[in-house]
Write a protein that binds this ligand. Structure first.
Ligand SMILES: *Cc1c(COP(=O)(O)O)cnc(C)c1O
Length: 382
């Protein structure tokens, strides 16, 4: 499946979806395969490799090849959601395996790790992934099987150093998997700097239109661990519908334009809001004042992402007031769509959140930047 030989840039790869056409109709858009089951040959084999759609579907192939190309991977797998993709990586481990995960990470996955993975015998240790000394201290050679990273990490946008952590993990015999949802395959390619597996919530920037739930994993190597992860998808049926896979590919064809605009809008808004007396702090990897800025500059190329958070003067009440009074910014969870979203995270995440109560998470869409700024300013408490 690896398509490393495709000779064009990511922009061309995306716009043309690797240039594939439908051989049968000569259509410039590929068909959706709705069949759940496939005919066996007379010799009892499956000549096309297609068997049954709980395990795999030909509609996924062009999306998986495109992701492989963008991430420079060996093989990609689509999943029915980002969570289905992420949890497959943990389900591929065995009881007693030790895992390092970041203290700041996507909340629903942290909850799943605490509520399910630990009950099934995984030993999960949450550490500060921004400190390399903490990573080396926590790694247990022979026992640590996986280091899970998320960078930039929801919702404080903490940056972990993929290259340095991968080198440490390799020394201890552990795999490194990166939730790269917010970096997108355009800004960071974790597999090229040492990571073994990349995960994306395709619901976010890949699709970009808030109308598909899907996820993806891309691996650098084929090995026993990857085969177990494949089996988790195939045997459990953690797959998207073929219609969603086709809609995802349509969304991906404009990803480079959307991500560019979202990054530019986020940078503009972060810079402007940092100057405002009613904003205590702006958390954005693109700001020189941000603690992870240097590492972000090293491993992110072409932008620092479309996500940032702000802390509002006046505490939780002021933050909730701001979110309640925006007109353009939609009050909703999720991120990475063409429309800008705003959310008070502490009330979503509940007890144990690393989020201060005065924090709002913002997903910059692709609207006019001055209108987005003016909308936030008019919503600040008077
Ligand atoms: C949304 C998200 C997920 C989960 O993806 P779903 O498609 O909603 O299941 C995981 N990680 C990050 C960083 C996300 O933003």
């Amino acid at each position: 499946m690896s398509s490393k030989s495709y000779p064009y840039t990511p922009a061309t790869a995306l716009a043309q979806a690797l240039g594939k056409i439908d051989q049968e109709s000569q259509g410039v858009v590929l068909p959706i395969h709705v069949a759940t089951t496939y005919i066996r040959g007379k010799d009892n084999s499956y000549p096309t490799g297609n068997i049954y759609s709980r395990a795999d579907n030909p509609t996924y192939k062009p999306v998986e090849e495109l992701l492989c190309q963008l991430e420079q991977g060996h093989q990609a797998l689509l999943f029915g959601s980002g969570m289905a993709a992420a949890t497959a990586v943990f389900q591929g481990l065995r009881p007693g395996d030790h895992v390092l995960a970041p203290k700041v990470m996507y909340w629903a996955l942290r909850n799943w790790l605490l509520n399910f993975a630990t009950d099934w015998g995984l030993v999960i240790e949450f550490i500060d992934m921004t400190q390399l000394s903490e990573v080396s201290k926590a790694l247990q050679p022979g026992k640590t099987k996986l280091v899970w990273l998320e960078t930039p990490g929801n919702p404080m946008w903490t940056i972990s150093d993929i290259a340095e952590i991968s080198a440490l993990a390799k020394g201890a015999g552990a795999f490194v998997a990166v939730d790269s949802t917010c970096a997108t395959p355009l800004l960071t390619q974790p597999l090229t700097i040492g990571a073994d597996i990349v995960m994306h919530s395709a619901t976010k920037y890949l699709n970009g239109h808030s109308d598909v739930i899907a996820g993806a994993l891309i691996t650098k190597h084929d090995n026993d661990y990857w085969q177990r992860i494949r089996a988790v998808r195939a045997q459990g049926g953690a797959v998207p519908s073929p219609h969603d896979a086709a809609q995802l590919l349509r969304g991906m064809r404009t990803m480079h334009l959307r991500v560019r605009e979202s990054c530019a809008n986020a940078m503009f808004l972060a810079q402007q809001l940092e100057q405002h007396p009613q904003i205590i702090e702006v958390l954005y990897p693109g700001l020189p004042s941000f603690s992870g800025h240097d590492v972000a500059t090293k491993q992110m190329h072409g932008g620092f992402g479309g996500m940032f958070s702000i802390r509002v003067q006046g505490g939780e009440q002021a933050a909730v007031h701001l979110a309640a009074n925006t007109k353009l910014w939609k009050r909703a969870t999720s991120l990475g769509g063409v429309e800008s979203l705003i959310e008070h995270r502490a009330s979503v995440e509940g007890a144990g959140t690393p989020c201060p109560p005065d924090l709002l998470r913002l997903s910059a869409g692709i609207e006019d930047k001055d209108e987005l700024l003016a909308d936030i300013l008019q919503a600040l408490p008077k």
